[in-house]
Structures are given as structure tokens and as C-alpha cells.
Design a protein around this ligand. Structure first.
Ligand code: S3P
Length: 183
């Protein structure tokens, strides 16, 4: 139960896939699952789908074949997911930076940029060491660089919601509010 049935009902009239974009650690998968639940829609995680298709985890793909190979697979998998009629799709942090993927998502879906401050990202990403891009140096400096470089792409998303350290429920509610007034 979410206690936001009215909002969910007005947001529910949108029939395009809702695509969560933003940096690593911002909470795309967790928020995505909860958003799908609130809207009674299906959820899919693009990184998990890439891992399934490659039969390897993301860090192994990076290690064995490099980032360019991962990006090719990511582009193909997201194109397929956009066609499959999923309700909510969580993407990996680099997906929406790809020109082709971004154009496709903006055309066929609604991109929701989850944004938050650097400190929160550093703290959240430190809980797992599965992210290949954070292994090549000091995670804070890498995240700061990615934030600067990628924000112009993320800013093209139709919706931006700032997440802070508050409960996920609050972020989901803010997304539902934005969707309810979406035209
Ligand atoms: C990446 C983010 C990761 C994963 C890969 C590359 C990125 O996903 O796709 O490690 O380029 O920002 P999350 O954003 O879910 O961590």
C-alpha cells in the first residue's frame, strides 16, 4: 500500500515507459521498483538485462571487453526494452548520455532524472564495489567529473526530481506529482 492512490491514478494515464536516468548511486533501481509498484506496472532493470544477455556481470563485461563493448550492448538492450512495453525501466548511469539511447527514450518514453548532491552519491556508491568506473581512481573525484560531464545530457529528461537522504517514499511521491501534471 502506498497511500498515494489519487496521485497514482492521475499519473497512471501515461502509457509510455517511465525511464529513470541519473548517476550511479542515485537510487534508480530502488526508486524504480517502488514507482512501478505504486503504479501497478511492470519494472525492469537495464543493467540486469544486459547481464542476462551477456551471461556475465557488468564488471566482468568491462574487464573482458572494455567499456565501448558494454555501451554497444547497453544501447541494444535498452532499444529492446523500450519496445517491450515495460512500465518502468531503470537504466545504468551512462545509458542516457548516449545520443541514440537518449533520443529514443525522449521520443518513446518519459525520462525521469533522479538528481542528488555529490556527498550522497559518494556515500551510497561506497556501499558496493561492483562499479567498474569507480575503480580507476578516487571515487569522489570520478563522480564529480561524471556529474559535471553528464548533467547537460540528464537535464534533457522531461522530468527532474531531486532526491536527498529522505525516505524513498518521498521521492516516489514527488515523481507521481510530476507525472500527474504531465501534459
Ligand atoms: C555506469 C553505471 C552502472 C553500470 C555501469 C556503468 C555508468 O549502473 O551501468 O557500471 O556509466 O555510470 P548504475 O548507474 O546502476 O550504477
Amino acid at each position: 500500500m502506498t497511500g498515494n492512490g489519487g496521485l497514482a491514478a492521475s499519473a497512471g494515464r501515461i502509457d509510455r515507459p517511465l525511464v529513470l536516468v541519473g548517476l550511479m548511486g542515485v537510487g534508480k533501481s530502488t526508486i524504480g521498483r517502488r514507482l512501478a509498484n505504486a503504479l501497478d506496472r511492470s519494472f525492469v532493470d537495464a543493467d540486469e538485462e544486459i547481464e542476462r544477455a551477456a551471461d556475465r556481470i557488468v564488471s566482468e563485461i568491462f574487464e573482458a571487453h572494455g567499456e565501448a563493448y558494454f555501451r554497444d550492448g547497453e544501447r541494444r538492450v535498452i532499444a529492446r526494452l523500450m519496445d517491450e512495453g515495460h512500465g518502468v525501466i531503470a537504466t545504468g548511469g551512462g545509458a542516457f548520455v548516449d545520443d541514440e539511447t537518449r533520443a529514443l527514450v525522449l521520443e518513446k518514453g518519459i525520462a525521469i532524472w533522479l538528481d542528488c548532491d555529490l556527498e550522497t552519491l559518494v556515500e551510497r556508491t561506497s556501499r558496493k564495489n561492483t562499479r567498474p568506473l569507480l575503480k580507476s581512481g578516487e571515487p569522489r573525484a570520478i563522480l564529480q567529473g561524471l556529474k559535471e560531464k553528464r548533467s547537460p545530457a540528464y537535464a534533457q529528461a522531461q522530468i527532474r526530481v531531486v532526491t536527498d537522504d529522505g525516505p524513498h517514499e518521498a521521492t516516489v511521491n514527488r515523481i507521481l506529482e510530476e507525472l500527474a501534471t504531465w501534459r
